[in-house]
Design a protein around this ligand. Structure first.
Ligand code: B12
Length: 492
């Protein structure tokens, strides 16, 4: 059996980092880890080939080679997934689909032959058995959650790693918190399930053996979901692993209570973590209570962010407007919060209700759903009829984006961050792509860009005050260019 694993294209969004990737000469930010993991669960005698359409086109030759196609996608890839499925069916191929898009809304994809939903560790084996006996069903799903200690090592060798800005690895699934707009607890549960440290070390060894020295994203829903295991087991193992290595910096996602645990932050930094994405959502206490984001309530969130930055971790933040409790002042409050916190990579979105979430059920009951969620909450759309008028919401949202990404405020925030951030002393690993990015940024941002004045001021300021942070300053200036491009395009 020849199996073609196909990953649909991401639209041009905040998260695609497409305009920043041009600077480093890469095609995609991250690889399709779900498909790489599924590939490792297929019978050994099957031939597998991966086409990540974010990196290269799906060709007629690929289709002619294949007997069967496995497609994976998130909701945000819906349209590209549809086009790929149609093409594969026209080529007479059997199509098997899995991943978060299909687990959330498989009934909308009539052309697919088999849905292998939820976690493949549980649903793929029965599908493969039935296929072998010639009686495969159309839908395989499970309400159980998998034991990640049984998850095989992803087959990274199927990738052309040079085309990616970062690699990804997964230590745990699930999140102990229960924010009502988030898909994670619906898809993956509240119990944090973990791989063992030896599994993670073996995965890192395998990436290192492939020659990977760049960033690695721990794609956990909440990396600090089980702090005890991190402190006693995984982080000491990572620290030992890194002793004789160069490169390979880590980043991840975690909840804000990370700021309460200085020893944990120190261990993470020692283990090689440099960035953490935190769902801040809103400075408004009532809105936090509305969405059950209890972990963010009754805290000084700006001070929390600064504590994490001072520990040596750059904070990226997610923000949301459109809660029922949001007053007209929320837009300016978000702007003030973002600017004061020094969160440079601030992803601000409109509240959306993805199918399967508690928010979706609440909105349905109140008859306030208008269509399906686009799957990308930073594209300026929503499927909720907001409490304030849609016009005021969109106008206020536009105002936030117009403010925080303009060169004046973006570069100002960047400096706030550089002042606060205490980077760890660590051996860097200079890559050709970094030199390329620097040279391209000189030209695009420093010569032809409208931000050139701010760019050179930042570089001189950093060289004078925080010379060790020059690489961060350049990378973040490049990200700012991407954010501005997206703003111009997406928000109407
Ligand atoms: C890494 C990640 C990203 C990366 C994407 C990298 C990439 N190339 O895929 C980045 C940071 C870019 C990203 C962005 C976004 N993401 Co994201 N992301 C994740 C995260 C944290 C990990 C994904 C991952 O690698 N998992 C590890 C693999 C092993 O798991 P998996 O892919 O689910 O695969 C398993 C099963 O699903 C199944 N499976 C998967 N594919 C297939 C295919 C077949 C054929 C079969 C049989 C089985 C199968 O088997 C695997 C093993 O069990 C998940 C959360 C999560 N825990 O999965 C959210 C998640 C996928 N993202 C989500 C969202 C909403 C987004 C954003 C839209 C955020 C936003 N702004 O609102 C953006 C959109 C992207 C864009 N460019 O616009 C949602 C998706 C919800 C949905 N129903 O689609 C998730 C589930 C998180 C959440 N909050 O709910 N994301």
């Amino acid at each position: 059996m020849n199996v073609l694993l196909v990953y649909p294209e991401f639209p041009d969004t905040f998260w695609s980092f497409k305009h920043a990737l041009e600077f480093v000469g890469k095609r995609a930010a991250l690889p399709p880890l779900g498909l790489l993991t599924v590939a490792a669960m297929l019978p050994r005698q099957w031939a597998t080939r991966l086409v990540d359409t974010n990196v290269r086109a799906l060709t007629e030759k690929d289709l002619a080679w294949a007997d069967c196609v496995f497609v994976s996608a998130m909701v945000v890839q819906r349209e590209s997934a549809r086009r790929i499925i149609t093409r594969c069916k026209e080529a007479g191929l059997r199509v098997v689909a899995g991943g978060p898009l299909f687990s959330s809304e498989h009934e909308k994809f009539e052309a697919v032959d088999h849905f292998v939903l939820n976690e493949a560790e549980l649903t793929l084996p029965p599908f493969l058995e039935d296929l072998a006996s010639g009686r495969p069903r159309r839908v395989y799903s499970s309400s159980e959650f998998a034991d990640l200690r049984q998850t095989p090592m992803p087959r990274w060798e199927l990738l052309d790693v040079k085309r990616y800005a970062s690699m990804s690895i997964q230590f745990s699934r699930g999140c102990p918190f229960n924010c009502d707009f988030c898909n994670v607890t619906a898809l993956l549960g509240r119990r944090v399930r973990m791989k063992s440290s030896p599994q993670i070390i073996a995965e890192l060894d395998s990436l290192y053996a492939l020659g990977w020295r760049g960033d690695v994203f721990f794609v956990d829903d909440n990396f600090i979901g089980n702090k005890r295991v991190l402190k006693d087991d995984l982080l000491p193992a990572l620290i030992a692993w890194r002793k004789d290595k160069t490169g390979n910096q880590f980043f991840t996602e975690a909840s804000i209570n990370l700021a309460d645990d200085a020893p944990l932050m120190d261990l993470m930094v020692e283990a090689g973590f440099r960035k953490v994405f935190v769902g801040i959502e809103t400075p408004d206490e009532d809105s936090l209570a509305e969405c059950s984001k209890v972990q963010n309530g009754n805290r000084d969130l700006v001070e929390d962010v600064k504590r994490i930055q001072r520990a040596g971790l750059q904070v990226q933040g997610g923000f949301i407007v459109g809660f029922d409790h949001d007053q007209p002042s929320i837009f300016q409050r978000q702007i003030d919060f973002i600017q004061r916190s020094g969160i440079v990579t601030a992803m601000v979105g409109l509240l959306q209700a993805p199918a399967g979430t508690r928010l979706y059920e609440r909105m349905k009951k109140q008859d306030r759903l208008c269509g399906e969620s686009s799957g990308d909450n930073v594209d300026g759309t929503t499927n909720i009829i907001p409490a304030m008028s849609m016009e005021s919401l969109k106008e206020g949202y536009r105002r936030i984006l117009d403010h925080i990404y303009t060169p004046e405020h973006y570069y100002g925030r960047l400096r706030t961050f550089l002042r606060e951030y205490r980077p760890p002393k660590a051996r860097g690993h200079l890559q050709f792509s970094h030199v390329l990015a620097l040279v391209r940024s000189f030209y695009r941002l420093g010569i032809v860009g409208s931000e050139r004045l701010y760019y050179w001021r930042l570089l001189f300021w950093t060289q004078l005050r925080r010379p060790r942070l020059l690489p961060e300053a350049v990378i973040l200036a490049i990200c700012g260019y991407h954010f501005r491009k997206i703003c111009e395009r997406h928000v109407t």
